[in-house]
Structures are given as C-alpha cells and as structure tokens.
Write a protein that binds this ligand. Structure first.
Ligand SMILES: NC(=O)c1ccc[n+]([C@@H]2O[C@H](COP(=O)([O-])OP(=O)(O)OC[C@H]3O[C@@H](n4cnc5c(N)ncnc54)[C@H](O)[C@@H]3O)[C@@H](O)[C@H]2O)c1
Ligand SMILES: N[C@H](C(=O)O)[C@H](O)COP(=O)(O)O
Length: 356
C-alpha cells in the first residue's frame, strides 16, 4: 500500500492541485491553512477555488497561515511559497459564513467552486481536483440535487469530456486497506433493493483498471463482500449473495479479473484477511467506510475512480462542532493532496494528464 505514503514527483513539471472551498462554515478553510503551513512536509503546491475574503477571515480568526488572491492558476506555484493562493470562484458567497452554522443560501457558491475546479482541470490549468468537505444536507436544502461529490463529479466529467465515458466509483484508501462501496449515498433499504449484478461488475471493472493505471498495483486481487450475515449461509440467511453477488463475481472472473467472493463481510477486514487482497468491493456505504475510518480516520483518503481527471478528498466531513475552535487535524487533507499528486504524476507519465 503506497498511496498515503507516496511523495509527489517534483520533476520537470510539479503537479498543481485545485482545491474546492467546500462548506465555508466547516473545518475546510482551517485545515487548508494548516496544511499550507506544513507545506514543507512533501506537499504538492495547491490553490483554493473559492472566496478569498472568507479564507482570509478564517486565517485571521484562527491565526493561521497567509492568504493571497490570484487572478490565474499560473500564479499559484510562485504564490504558494509565501501564501496560500485563492482563485476567486465565479459564484461568490451570498452571505458571510460563521463557523458551525452552514447556510443553504451559500450552496450555489459551494457548488460553483466544485464546478470551477473541474473546469480548470479540463482547461489544462491544473492537474487534479481535491475537494474540501461539503455538508450534504445544507447543499440539498440549498437546491443541489446530487447526493455527494462522487455522483456530481461523474456528471461534470460527462460535461467536460463528452467523448470519454466515465463511471464515478468511490474508493477510500488508508493504511493497509482499500474499499469501494458498490452502492453509495442512498438509504440502506434502497441500496439493497437496487443492488444488481451489473452494478457489481461495472464497479469491479473500474476498480481493477484504476488499481493498475492510477494506484500502481500490477496484478490486482479483489475481494467481494457478501451482503447478508455469513454471506447468506448458502441461501439460508438471505438470497442476494447467491443470486446476485456470486454471478457478478463469476462474470468478473470470466473477464480476466482476479477476484474472490462473496466472502462474509465480518471477517474480511482483520489484519490477515487484509493482507490477501488489494481492494474490497462492498455492497453498501457503511460496510466499506466503517472499517476504513476505524483503521485510519486521520490518514484515510477518498478517491474517485473512473473519471478522466484525478479527484481526492479527506475522508472526513465538515465537523461543525470543531470549526473555529482549533481542534481539527489537517492530516487527512494532507494525505489527500499527496495521493492526488502521486496519481497525477502517474497519469502524466502515461500521457493521460489534461495539463500540458
Ligand atoms: N468529502 C466530503 O465532502 C464529506 C465526507 C464525509 C462527510 N461529509 C459530510 O460532512 C457532514 C458532517 O458529517 P459527520 O458529522 O458524519 O462526519 P465528520 O467527519 O464531519 O465528523 C465525524 C467526527 O470526526 C471528527 N472530525 C472530523 N474531521 C476531523 C478532523 N480533521 N480532525 C479532528 N477531528 C475530526 C468530528 O469532530 C466528529 O467527531 C455531513 O453532511 C456529511 O455528509 C462530507
Ligand atoms: N461517503 C463519504 C465519506 O463518508 O467519506 C462522503 O460522504 C464523501 O462523499 P463524496 O466525496 O461523494 O462527497
């Protein structure tokens, strides 16, 4: 497992990462400033896409870092040496933001920053996207219609790269573990209702491809978790394992992917089990994210696979209770920046980077 320890390639062209501002009332601003203060710890240069006044006020309140507005991403690398660069997003905040008090009226600015960040990468102005956490309920109350970044980034990929079919797949990576949920942000009851063979096969194919191309695993070994207790106990504790998951695994095997399953999920994540595979496909969100966040909450990184561009994120959310109080740790964001830099360097070496 190398993603979280990987150092960026400071070669001829340094990776430059565009970071969307996320929820302004959350901890995103302060962890970005903390990460900038620790830029000497093998962090790639990055700039925030968002509201410069908002970030400057976070910096003043928390006595953290320095902020400098830039007009174009090509100023970011020079600026990064003396201040955290902020490129104004085309959609300004509607109202001033207070730590811990998200405002749905600011949702268009939060979403606008995500959109602009992807547009910059599509235009070749940055290598990859890192997103600061959004607050999903507040965005939904503000009119956003997508349940998370992962789903929306799939839509934006189609908008900017119409000739490159994308299937956005969530993967969380942390020390010794990579997990991908097949169903993501939806009620558990609905996830079980819609789970089908095609979804598992499509997710498995994206994961296997990305492990090779983006994460440097030459011959990936996948495992697929069962859905029911003990993977259904041969149909006595539920039918999905036999009727849906086993046929999906057979299809993946027939397509040349090294994969086993369905395996009982309760015994899939202990140390010896983890040593036996490179990524686990899980059937529902929490089946994947609980083990990852338990093992490596502060080092975990959320990566979106299957896109024409690199996107990573810290594995945590807006942590409203911490915002403005100084207790937030920047570790997961720093890991996300390093993983994005490693992935973009790899894509550049393969001739797959949008940045010339
Ligand atoms: N990438 C993202 O945009 C993302 C990821 C996860 C959750 N979220 C969203 O964030 C919101 C809040 O979610 P939540 O409360 O379930 O999870 P959370 O990750 O915000 O907080 C969970 C716990 O971890 C702590 N914590 C989180 N980040 C920390 C950090 N950097 N340093 C120290 N402690 C930290 C919090 O104080 C809290 O106790 C929700 O709307 C959720 O959807 C967004
Ligand atoms: N499920 C993710 C997690 O808990 O880390 C989180 O909601 C972020 O998802 P997006 O990156 O799709 O917003």
């Amino acid at each position: 497992m190398s993603e979280c320890e990987g150092t960026p390639n400071h070669g001829a062209q340094e990776p430059l990462l565009a970071v969307s501002m996320g929820e302004p009332a959350g901890i995103g601003g302060e962890i970005a400033l903390m990460a900038w203060e620790r830029r000497a710890e093998a962090l790639p240069p990055f700039f925030i896409v968002g509201d410069p006044d908002w970030l400057a006020s976070v910096a003043r309140r928390m006595d953290l870092g320095r902020v400098e507005a830039i007009d174009h991403p090509n100023q970011a690398i020079d600026t990064f040496a003396r201040a955290l660069p902020v490129l104004p997003s085309p959609v300004p905040l509607a109202r001033p933001s207070w730590p811990g008090h998200g405002d749905p009226l600011n949702a268009p600015a939060v979403v606008g920053a995500i959109e602009h960040t992807v547009a910059l990468v599509a235009a070749g102005a940055a290598d990859g996207v890192v997103t600061l956490p959004i607050h999903k309920r507040i965005l939904l109350e503000g009119g956003f219609t997508h349940p998370g970044h992962t789903e929306y980034l799939g839509v934006l990929a189609g908008r900017h790269w119409p000739d490159q079919p994308a299937r956005a797949v969530m993967m969380l990576v942390g020390k010794g573990l990579r997990v991908s949920p097949v169903t993501v942000h939806m009620p558990l009851r609905r996830a079980i209702e819609i789970l089908d063979r095609d979804m598992i096969v499509a997710t498995g194919e994206v994961v296997a491809r990305a492990l090779i191309d983006d994460l440097g695993v030459e011959s990936p070994r996948l495992v697929v978790a069962g859905l029911n207790p003990h993977a259904g106990e041969d149909g006595r504790l539920g039918h999905e394992d036999q009727d849906i998951i086993a046929p999906a695994v057979a299809t993946l095997v027939s397509r040349g992917i090294r994969v086993q399953g369905p395996l009982p999920a309760d015994t899939l994540f202990h140390a010896e089990a983890r040593a036996g595979y490179d990524a686990a496909l899980c059937m529902v969100h929490d089946q994947a994210l609980i083990p990852l966040k338990t093992l490596d909450f502060h080092g975990g990184v959320n990566v979106t696979l299957g896109l024409p561009f690199v996107r990573t994120s810290p594995d945590h959310g807006t942590a409203f209770a911490l915002a403005g109080h100084g207790g937030a740790r920047p570790d997961s964001l720093m890991a996300a920046l390093r993983v994005a830099a490693t992935m973009t360097a790899r894509r550049r070496a393969q001739g797959r980077s949008p940045r010339p």
